[in-house]
Design a protein around this ligand. Structure first.
Ligand code: TRP
Length: 333
């Protein structure tokens, strides 16, 4: 069996370091190992909670593509496409809806917490509540099995696998189980110490941030509120600056030394922050520069994505036909 990777982003804003450690790094590492790789701009999914703001979704399509290209999700290895241009995904979603109960959808922890955050209650758009079903179709239409995602997406993948089981049980073996790939540091805390870095919480460092913006955000980072004088012993645990150094500083021994000094007392926050500023600036600078370069030819990039999307349409048509045969609804073929 061919190893097929598929992953995607909702185009609701620019991507940040949380996305980078959450799944972009895995996309880059895995794209050369698998037989085929797909990158999807999940604009249909973005509309499930942005139906009143379609312009925002449309504008951000190119932005998430630029972010991924700039990071090194290579169009020679990864086929870029846009979800709304593959009608078979919507078609498959309709059939999968019958394999999922309302109670199960309401229990999905990811959907539940996102619903709470948005304060939807019973007024949740049906499309939003059922986005895990549509996400199962995002993956299964391409018969993908390797899915790099952030840790918060695990319940969505679990639900997709229940759909695989149910489908295979009713119609006969057709889909393979899918495998989420999450990194060790799956969830990056925000600069304020909030459990998750996110655009809506305003606590993220973006992949397009300038050196000055990076410096400003690191200087704002939550450290140890009790560490007031340089000579006071400081706390490393829960200290966002050290959390980020653990994730992004390749010099692990250096970070360990720094931690020891900080805990003993005699090391100021600014010194530690200076180190992190440099690490993050060095990481983001080449990404931002490549992004700026690519952004000069947005039209060319959209043309490239149109061509690769057309190839994905063929894949979708073929797999849809096979699925209908399995379901015994291929009446005219
Ligand atoms: N829900 C994913 C996120 O918010 C984005 C996404 C949509 C996705 N469809 C997908 C990820 C299919 C992986 C596979 O990050």
């Amino acid at each position: 069996m061919k190893k097929i990777l598929l992953t995607g982003d909702r185009p609701t804003g620019r991507l940040h370091l949380g996305h980078y450690v959450g799944s972009i790094q895995n996309r880059i590492n895995l794209q050369k190992e698998v037989d085929e790789a797909f990158y999807m701009v999940a604009d249909v999914q973005a509309l499930t909670d942005n139906s009143d703001n379609p312009a925002k979704v449309a504008e951000n399509v190119i932005e998430v593509i630029l972010d991924n290209l700039a990071c090194g999700v290579d169009p020679e290895k990864t086929t870029y496409f846009i979800q709304s241009q593959i009608p078979e995904i919507a078609e498959m979603t309709v059939y999968f809806m019958n394999l999922v109960t309302l109670a199960r959808l309401k229990r999905n922890p990811t959907v539940k917490s996102e619903m709470n955050q948005k304060g939807y209650g019973e007024e949740v758009p049906a499309g939003f509540l059922s986005y895990p079903v549509s996400q199962a179709a995002d993956i299964l239409f391409a018969r993908a099995t390797v899915i790099p995602v952030g840790e918060d997406q695990l319940p969505v993948i679990e639900q997709a696998n229940e759909i695989v089981d149910k489908f295979n049980h009713i119609y006969g073996e057709f889909f393979q189980k899918i495998k989420p790939v999450v990194p060790e540091n799956a969830r990056l805390v925000g600069i304020d110490g909030n459990a998750k870095a996110s655009k809506s919480l305003g606590n993220a460092i973006f992949l397009a941030d300038t050196d000055a913006e990076i410096e400003k955000k690191v200087m704002q980072m939550y450290t140890d509120p009790k560490h007031i004088n340089v000579n006071d012993p400081g706390k490393v645990e829960g200290n966002v600056v050290f959390t980020y150094l653990d994730v992004f500083d390749a010099d692990k021994a250096g970070v360990a030394d720094l931690k020891a000094q900080y805990e003993k007392g005699g090391l100021g926050d600014v010194a530690v922050k200076k180190r992190l500023i440099k690490v993050l600036q060095d990481l983001i600078r080449p990404i931002r520069e490549k992004r700026d370069e690519l952004a000069k030819d947005k039209e060319g990039i959209m043309k490239m994505v149109a061509e690769s999307t057309a190839r994905v349409q063929k894949v979708a048509q073929e797999n849809m036909k096979k699925m209908k045969e399995v379901m015994k609804i291929a009446y005219f073929s």
